[in-house]
Design a protein around this ligand. Structure first.
Ligand SMILES: [Cu+2]
Length: 131
């Protein structure tokens, strides 16, 4: 009666693809087709709190998606456009409840700067840079 011990070579995958990135401290990321998160911190509903979308501006590559993470205790939106002229229809999270996240919102494929604001708190503005 002989049991054969199978010796399986365990080859650990040693290819770490994400090594040595050249990320800078500009609070931006540009992973193609990636997804970024912009935080709406506590206090964002108060104009004087200094709270606001973080990072701002946020830099993405064309066609990336952004999730807005509402960590505040009030409803917010991230609506492209500005408080003076209103929504421009490029993107809109719709209402994001307190302690909730938005859907994954596709960003434009056309490079440029896209202003956005909260339709409930017009002082809560931000900019998406697509490049
Ligand atoms: Cu708001």
């Amino acid at each position: 009666m002989a049991f054969v011990m199978l010796t399986i070579p365990f080859l650990s995958p040693s290819e770490i693809l994400a090594q040595g990135t050249n990320e800078t401290n500009t609070a931006s990321a540009s992973d193609a087709g990636g997804q970024l998160t912009v935080v709406m911190p506590p206090g964002s509903a108060t104009a004087t709190s200094g709270g606001g979308n973080e990072p701002d501006p946020v830099t993405v590559s064309p066609g990336s998606t952004i999730v807005w993470d509402n960590q505040d205790n009030a409803l917010h939106t991230a609506t492209s456009g500005n408080p003076e002229t209103g929504p421009d229809g490029t993107f809109d999270t719709g209402l994001v409840a307190a302690s909730e996240q938005s859907e994954s919102i596709p960003m434009p494929t056309e490079p440029g700067e896209y202003a956005y604001y909260c339709t409930l708190h017009p002082f809560l503005v931000g900019t998406v840079i697509v490049q």
